[in-house]
Ligand binder design. Sequence first.
Ligand SMILES: [Zn+2]
Length: 331
Amino acid sequence: MKSPKTLQQAIQYFSDEQVCIDAVAEMRWPNGVVCELCGGDSPYYLKTQKRWKCRKCRKQFSVKVNSIFEDSPISLTKWLPALWLIVNCKNGISSYELARDLGVTQKSAWFMLQRLRLALKARDFSYKMGSNEGGAVEVDETFVGGKTKNMHHSRKLKIAQIHNALPRWKSTDRYPGKTAVMGILDRESRQVRAKVVPNIKRDTLQTEILNNIHHGSRIYSDQAIAYDKLKEQYIHETVNHADEYVKGQVHTNGLENFWSLTKRTLTGTYVAVEPFHLDRYLDEQMFRFNNRTTRDNPLDDSDRFLLALSQVANKRLTYAELTGKVSTTQA
Ligand SMILES: [Zn+2]
């Protein structure tokens, strides 16, 4: 596909719905369109209806079927620029900004962003980070959430309500209104993995470490007690944040950098995010961080966009799923 290079080019290029359909189809079915309903090959395109008809099952389907766009009445001419914005705006884009940019309601924009975050979710967390030959990995945890003292009373009440409604494993008693997040950064690949954790107890964090990091890796962390049992399976070096932030290789600066980017986005652009949705915002932040432009990996805006577009299929998120547990809207 001939791909636009800048936001302005993208908006112009994707202003034609057929161009959008072709672009999505090309990323979804690189070897030719296949029927999403029965797997039948070479369905024919009904130009006026902008849908394919399967020769085998005789059913019709659009390019949106079985993807994050499914059942959305919003045109791809709005969806694709929105995808461009979310992957390339350093600090994210709020539903208010997106609503203004696209001429949709804030509620629609919020829902679009949540679905787009699903596309940005990393494809594979099954491989382990580090290596059994001492591959260097940073591990750290942080708390994310509104500074409740600066909050309006009604907002505090709402957070308390949401907090009480959460399953126990998602609530953090120590820091009301804040959510514990654990992160791992592989120093070799410069990839980060972060997720919401129920608490920062030893068992919780060590389970995450065992699931995500090769035995024999070299782990750098702070001196949190939760890590004191790692010496049996890993080379573990700790930094005491109180005295010295960096001693040679022993630091967690890579993750600190990721936390500060994340917090800047969450407080600056998204204002306040309920714990229930935080993992999705982390998916978005991880996508931009793990696909950022570096000397070794010179990705541009267009590469990030195409990568994200290749991840839109076989994912669905309905409004009911999104709002069933927490009936609130946010930026
Ligand atoms: Zn079929």
